[in-house]
Ligand binder design. Structure first.
Ligand code: GFB
Length: 417
């Protein structure tokens, strides 16, 4: 009797497993099985805000495929690579995988493109003994001859060998069936051509930063950017700081946005809080951009000039400078109120450096006037958010001048609806 029962259980399990391999049109669980997954990874040394730009390129690809009537394309989900071991952030030996939901409002992202977190992918995707096998991996690389020949036309070509060793993610439980090296020049949206003639259900694009924007600064770019809203928790932390230290809130500053980015309307009504905000990039910028980086004395002079012009006495400083440098700057500005966000230990243990960076960016984006660091993607993301909030562009696109008084020409990327 005991054995008969065991046999019946085995037959039931076998039938269940077999049935699971077939798709019935009215079976939604089954529908999930024919999902396709697009994963991507970025060159390890790239920083947080360039990675966000790469996300936008890939999310535009995912958005366009999602809207396509082609069944080979419209079932792709874009898998968000967790935040881990970024070179500019403090990190532990054992990788920590911070999900996007800690930093961004996933519901908002999902209104633009069908994105999922990596842990959701692990739950959905078939795996054996917790090992995931990705069907196809494409490692992108630049064409070697591009600069010699001056051929900047869109093109792609499979190569026998990659220029670098193949590596992807920091996961030890991910392997792949097929690896390809792909010399590539063109927008990320053209990658969809690769997905038409394959039945692979999971595809990883490695070195996704090689792919470009289709229309940088165009309407779809801005939709992707507008959907990339920060998480409510981080917005709340920044709002509390603004209220308590900067006398700033959305009602008075005229920076209230609708709950859904799709309902945002063009307009330049934002006034901003009564403070000047600066983003002062130091660390590696001091080493690699020696001539362009102003001394602290010069920064203090430039800040003071603007504060006098605005008739303000408060400056908010967002910076990656050392504590010593920050103290020096504060003492040079001792006539004024110098404010900065210092995260608590509890905050840092949950959100790490990335959370502190976002809070700084939010606070800078609400100031009446902003000065950033030329060619820092950290500054770009602040400028974009100020465009979304509806500031006069003259209060946004300003960069620090160098010691010699040379002031960089700040590119103005106005919002397009
Ligand atoms: O975002 P990010 O790559 O922009 O800056 P760039 C690197 C990191 O520095 C950020 C920290 O992720 C932050 O952790 N950081 C910079 C800041 N400024 C601030 C700030 O004001 N507040 C806080 N809390 N953190 C690129 C690099 O940096 O510059 C590239 O990604 C390269 O690797 C290039 O080094 C020269 O565009 O400024």
């Amino acid at each position: 009797m005991k054995y008969q029962l065991l046999y019946l259980i085995c037959v039931f399990i076998k039938c269940y497993v077999l049935a699971d391999d077939f798709c019935y049109s009215d079976n939604s669980e089954c529908e999930q099985k024919i999902n396709r997954y697009l994963l991507y990874d970025v060159n390890p040394p790239e920083g947080f805000n360039l990675r966000l730009d790469v996300y936008m390129r890939l999310s535009i690809l995912a958005h366009k495929m999602w809207r396509s009537s082609n069944p080979a394309l419209n079932r792709f989900k874009l898998v968000l690579p967790p935040w881990s071991q970024l070179v500019h952030w403090e990190y532990t030996e054992t990788p920590e995988y911070i999900p996007w939901g800690y930093y961004f409002d996933l519901e908002s992202l999902k209104r633009f493109a069908p994105v999922i977190e990596m842990y959701e992918f692990f739950n959905e995707y078939p795996n054996k003994y917790s090992r995931v096998t990705i069907d196809e991996v494409y490692t992108l690389q630049h064409f070697e001859d591009m600069f010699e020949t001056g051929n900047f036309e869109d093109r792609m070509e499979l190569k026998n060998k990659c220029k670098e060793d193949l590596s992807f993610f920091l996961y030890s439980n991910i392997t792949a069936n097929k690896y390809y090296c792909l010399s590539y020049h063109g927008p990320a949206t053209k990658l969809s051509q690769l997905f038409l003639n394959t039945t692979a259900s999971s595809i990883l694009i490695n070195h996704a930063e090689v792919s470009l924007h289709e229309h940088f600064g165009g309407k779809v770019y801005w939709q992707a950017r507008r959907s990339l809203r920060y998480s409510k928790e981080l917005v709340d932390v920044a709002a509390k700081f603004r209220k308590e230290h900067l006398d700033s809130d959305d009602e008075n500053d005229k920076t209230v946005l609708p709950g859904n980015w799709e309902d945002e309307k063009p307009g330049r009504r934002a006034v901003g809080g009564p403070y000047l905000a600066i983003h002062l990039r130091r660390r590696d910028f001091l080493r690699f951009r020696v001539k362009e980086s102003p001394s602290l004395k010069s920064v203090a002079e430039q800040v003071s000039t603007v504060l006098i012009r605005l008739n303000f006495d408060t400056v908010y400083v967002a910076t990656d400078a050392s504590v010593k440098e920050f103290e020096n700057l504060s003492s040079l500005l001792k006539k004024y109120k110098v404010k900065t966000f210092t995260p608590s230990e509890a905050f840092l243990s949950k959100y790490k450096d990335g959370g502190a960076a976002i809070v700084d960016q939010i606070i800078c984006s609400h100031a009446r006037y902003f000065i950033g660091t030329h060619q820092s993607t950290f500054t770009y993301r602040i400028e974009e958010r100020r465009e979304i909030l509806g500031f006069d562009e003259r209060s946004t696109f300003n960069s620090f001048c160098s010691n010699g008084g040379q002031c960089p020409e700040t590119s103005v990327w106005k919002i397009v609806y």
